[in-house]
Design a protein around this ligand. Structure first.
Ligand code: NAD
Length: 488
């Protein structure tokens, strides 16, 4: 672990194995951090923000630190990508693209650091001068999921550090290596000790200790809605700021006026990309009845060419399921869908055969005859399972799309610009992608409505999650008030 600018083992000396999801082999050991380790990291982060040099850095100096990290990420992209793929089995080609964006994101917030400013405020009082400053909120605990660890750590730590906060990252116990590699680069970039810390370990121990620590001012979390709700409840006791990036059951809505070739590719990548292990997976296909058969035929044709296999092979399209519990969960949902009456028209089973490593693969799967109230249409699977639901008109599409506990993203496929704007307004989600899918940008705000979470990451407004406004009011009078008990 990386605590107070030093490499550290866990206080108990215990380790967790990290298993390559493709080969099934243990490839790394990660310190099993304890509450004591988490406490040491928070103490270091608190000291960095109060008595350490970080407290005296100008915003431009902080920006310089972030820029140095960005440049080192570019120089070490291959090593970072390799460690992430070994940990979570995501396609190497996809992770390489993501790491290029990770470096750009550090540069983006480096540039934003010295553009944070307060305001001068006119008041109704003749004798008061008022202004605001934007102050760092304090120590940030960043808790991240296994499917894109470097990205999640970056979109939290970069704006937090730009704002002047210090950070303790707790990556998923299933995928900690790339975040530790990032710490190595932060160290090389010369950030002062304690400003950026990484504590590894289980959620129930290291994670809980961070969430409950009274010196943590803000929790930035990416993970499941169940954990997110527990963190939200716990944070209330010490009134911590919280942002939660949680799950989804996102609709991709294909109208009868859509370009079906484009839509088919978008729908396919939206659910079979990353083997469906994406918060923004387009797991509900809402399709106009008039084009359902044609779209389905195109999807089946595209899916026939999908190649499962080694995530490091550039020819692979669908990699393994990342973790054993996730693998069991995805397989269980195949049974749930069938039991509820859905009809499987593609896949529907564990994938077997040569080239599949240790075999933690699920076939790309499509269920038709799905009703929006079935579990397979309401619950997040986090796997390559698409549920197809028909609609007859725009209003029904909106009703079906919004009738779900989640509200992360939606895809809309239409050639009618008016319809795309009406849909963008009517859908209760954080992001609407029109005639595209998975088009993330660290410059465009991202986050959920309803049970998909709270707050926004990415973009200029993400830095607000790590800042508090301080108001300063100065009297311009040089004589005491005539009556000190009457507010002026
Ligand atoms: P998870 O909730 O199990 O774990 C997330 C992190 O929280 C891990 O670091 C874990 O160790 C920690 N944790 C677990 N229990 C904790 C506790 N009680 N207190 C403090 N920390 C705790 O999620 P996961 O299985 O790692 O990730 C999959 C989930 O993440 C899916 O639901 C997915 O939709 C969601 N996700 C959301 C986004 C988004 O941006 N909205 C992106 C990716 C993944």
């Amino acid at each position: 672990m990386y605590v107070d600018g030093q490499w550290a083992d866990s206080a108990t000396g215990e380790w967790l194995d990290s298993t390559d999801p493709y080969s099934g082999e243990v490839w790394a050991r990660i310190p099993a951090g304890t509450a004591q380790d988490a406490g040491r990291a928070v103490d270091a982060a608190q000291a960095a923000m109060t008595t350490g040099p970080w407290a005296t850095f100008t915003a431009s100096q902080r920006g310089g630190c972030l820029r140095a990290v960005a440049d080192l990420i570019i120089a070490n992209a291959d090593r970072l990508a390799d460690s992430e793929v070994r940990d979570n089995g995501k396609l190497l080609t996809e992770v390489q693209g993501q790491i290029a964006a990770v470096a750009q994101c550090w540069h983006y917030y480096a540039g934003l650091a010295d553009k944070v400013q307060g305001a001068t405020i006119p008041t109704e009082k003749a004798n008061a001068f008022a202004f605001t400053t934007r102050e760092p909120v304090g120590v940030v605990a960043a808790l991240t999921a296994w499917n894109s660890p470097l990205w999640f750590a970056t979109v939290k730590a970069a704006p937090a550090l730009a704002a002047g906060c210090s950070v303790v990252v707790k990556p998923s116990e299933f995928a900690s290596a790339s975040t530790l590699e990032l710490a190595r680069l932060v160290d090389e970039a010369g950030l002062p000790a304690g400003v950026f810390n990484v504590v590894t370990g289980l959620g129930a121990t290291a994670g809980t200790a961070l969430v409950e620590h009274s010196d943590v001012a803000k929790i930035a979390f990416t993970g499941s809605d169940v954990t997110g709700a527990a963190i939200y409840r716990s944070a209330a006791t010490t009134m911590k700021r919280v942002s939660l990036e949680l799950g989804g059951k996102s609709p991709t809505i294909v109208f009868d006026d859509a370009d079906l070739d484009l839509a088919a590719v978008g729908v396919m990548s939206g659910i079979f990309g990353a083997a469906g292990q994406m918060c923004a997976a387009g797991s509900r296909l809402l399709v106009h009845t008039a084009v359902k058969d044609e779209l389905l035929a195109k999807l089946l044709e595209l899916a026939a060419d999908l190649r499962m296999g080694d995530p490091r092979d550039p020819a692979t399209n669908v990699g393994p399921i990342s973790t054993p519990p996730q693998f069991e969960k995805v397989l269980a949902y195949l049974d749930v869908a069938r039991a509820d009456g859905a009809r499987c028209v593609l896949g529907g089973a564990r994938a077997t055969g040569p080239g599949l490593g240790a075999g933690q693969f699920v076939e790309p799967t499509i269920f038709t005859d799905v009703r929006n109230d079935m579990r397979i249409a309401r619950e997040e699977v986090f796997g390559p399972i698409l549920s197809v639901i028909e609609f007859k008109d725009e209003q029904e599409a909106v009703t079906l799309a919004n009738d779900n506990p989640y509200g992360l993203v939606a895809g809309v496929w239409t050639t009618d610009i008016g319809r795309s704007l009406r849909m963008s307004k009517a859908l209760r989600v954080g992001t609407v992608w029109v005639n595209t899918y998975r088009t993330y940008s660290y410059m465009v705000p991202f986050g959920g409505t309803k049970q998909s979470g709270l707050g926004r990451e990415h973009g200029i407004e993400a830095i607000d999650e790590y800042l508090e406004t301080r108001s300063v009011v100065i009297s311009t009078d040089d004589a005491p008030p005539a009556n000190p008990f009457v507010m002026r």
